[in-house]
Design a binder for this molecule. Structure first.
Ligand SMILES: Cc1cc2nc3c(=O)[nH]c(=O)nc-3n(C[C@H](O)[C@H](O)[C@H](O)COP(=O)(O)OP(=O)(O)OC[C@H]3O[C@@H](n4cnc5c(N)ncnc54)[C@H](O)[C@@H]3O)c2cc1C
Length: 389
């Protein structure tokens, strides 16, 4: 029986494996994709995510591959606001991030199996996973603990009865790496229109990751001409026709959706969910990788504690579940607050004016979202009223 099977080798899975392997536990990562593999993502890493990478001991390997980011510019509803990070974020392709994280986990002693997990059943002494290998063969693997880090379509969450019906508008993301852009600097740029938006995350002055988020009903109209859509919306929303006029896709286009996944709990017996598998937050605020790394490390540590002291194993897992659920609730609220500010013209114009005069008014909120400041003060009514007073 394997100590811990980790479903998924993304940031949540690899960070859990690093935490487990560091404590001498046997961890097997199972992923359906061969690595390096790509992942639809804006590829912005908040300062909080960078701090987690430092904690995992991989920041020095990754820093030379990343472009530093000083802040974010939001445009939409006739308002434009520039917000500075108090600590730099990174722009870093997921192909590189996820591969280096997995490599670090394997270097520390974790093992990797390329296979699709098809079933997870609870057994008396742990769980039994059915996996299908690329050859088509299936086999059963018993595990004492399972970490479901298998993303927003998590089979572990579904098979363990942890999924809940997703709520809210169904939206999809389209995008990829673009060249031929002009005058990009060290700011992420977000262009918002209702519940649709697109994000430009620069790698250098001419290259960026561009992600367009659209409602389901707009998807088919956009799908065949994403490049033109991006150029048109960029021009309309930024009022600048030149910067995006020659944007052209480099490499493969990514498409993903619907962007929704909810859970009713994040643990069941000896199964712990982490990352997107535990619940999905609107990518608008770029908190996903931070949350995935944080949850992965915490899941690994909870299992280390449970193995070291079997009499308090249940408590360690329950504590993990309560802490992660609380953190996700608070971060979903932050995301909702920002979307509300940006979504209502009157609020966004007022907030933009206030922040221009006194950038400090927004700093508590920016730092909380970036994972480098406390969340509670950012959720206080007084903090939010100061933005629109
Ligand atoms: C459009 C978009 C833009 C985003 N932009 C940002 C951003 O700029 N910054 C940010 O911080 N976050 C962003 N996010 C969120 C971020 O991408 C996720 O939060 C993050 O990838 C979660 O990591 P994870 O390890 O939980 O899951 P993933 O990275 O999704 O990894 C899950 C892994 O599980 C594997 N898997 C799935 N099912 C199975 C199975 N049955 N068997 C075996 N393996 C399986 C997959 O192959 C995959 O490798 C964005 C998300 C979207 C959709």
């Amino acid at each position: 029986m394997i100590d811990v099977v980790i479903a998924g080798g993304g940031p949540a899975g690899s960070s859990a494996a690093i935490a487990l392997a560091g404590a001498g536990l046997q961890a097997l990562i199972i992923d359906k994709s061969p690595f390096p593999r790509n992942k639809a993502c804006g590829e912005y890493l908040s300062a909080g995510a960078v701090a987690q990478l430092r904690e995992l001991g991989v920041d020095r390997t990754l820093a030379p591959l990343a472009a530093p980011l000083d802040g974010i510019r939001l445009s939409g509803n006739g308002a434009r606001v520039e917000l500075r990070f108090s600590q730099a974020g990174w722009s870093l392709p997921r192909l590189r991030l996820d591969d280096e994280l997995l490599r670090a986990a394997l270097d520390r002693g974790a093992a990797f199996l390329q296979a699709r997990i098809e079933d997870v059943r609870e057994e008396e002494s742990g769980s039994l996973l059915t996996v299908r290998e690329p050859s088509g063969e299936t086999r059963d693997l018993p595990a004492r603990f399972v970490i479901g880090a298998d993303g927003a379509q998590s089979i572990v969450a579904r098979k363990c009865g942890l999924s809940a019906a997703p709520h809210g508008e169904q939206r999809f993301a389209l995008g990829g790496h673009y060249a031929g852009l002009r005058d990009l600097d060290r700011f992420v740029e977000m262009f918002v229109e209702g519940s649709s938006y697109f994000a430009v995350n620069p790698f250098d002055a001419a290259h960026a990751n561009i992600m367009v988020i659209v409602r389901e009903k707009d998807l088919s109209a956009r799908k065949n001409d994403v490049d033109r859509f991006i150029r048109e919306r960029a021009r309309a929303l930024s009022g600048d026709s030149a910067r995006f006029a020659e944007a052209r896709l480099e490499g493969k286009r990514v498409a993903v959706g619907p962007l929704a996944h909810s859970t009713r709990a994040v643990t069941a017996g000896n199964v712990l969910l982490a990352g997107d598998a535990a619940g999905f937050i609107d990518p608008f605020t770029g908190q996903g990788v931070y949350l995935a790394l944080r949850a992965g490390i915490a899941a690994g540590r909870a299992i280390v504690e449970a193995v070291a002291s079997p009499s308090s194993a249940r408590r360690a897992i329950e504590h993990y579940g309560a802490d992660l659920s609380g953190e996700m609730r608070r971060r979903a609220k932050l995301s909702w607050i920002v979307r509300s500010f940006v979504g209502y013209a009157a609020l966004s114009k007022r907030a933009a004016r206030n922040v221009e005069r006194d950038p400090e008014r927004a700093q508590v909120l920016i730092d909380a979202i970036a994972g480098c400041g406390p969340v509670e003060p950012a959720l206080r009514l007084g903090t939010l009223l100061r933005l629109v007073a």
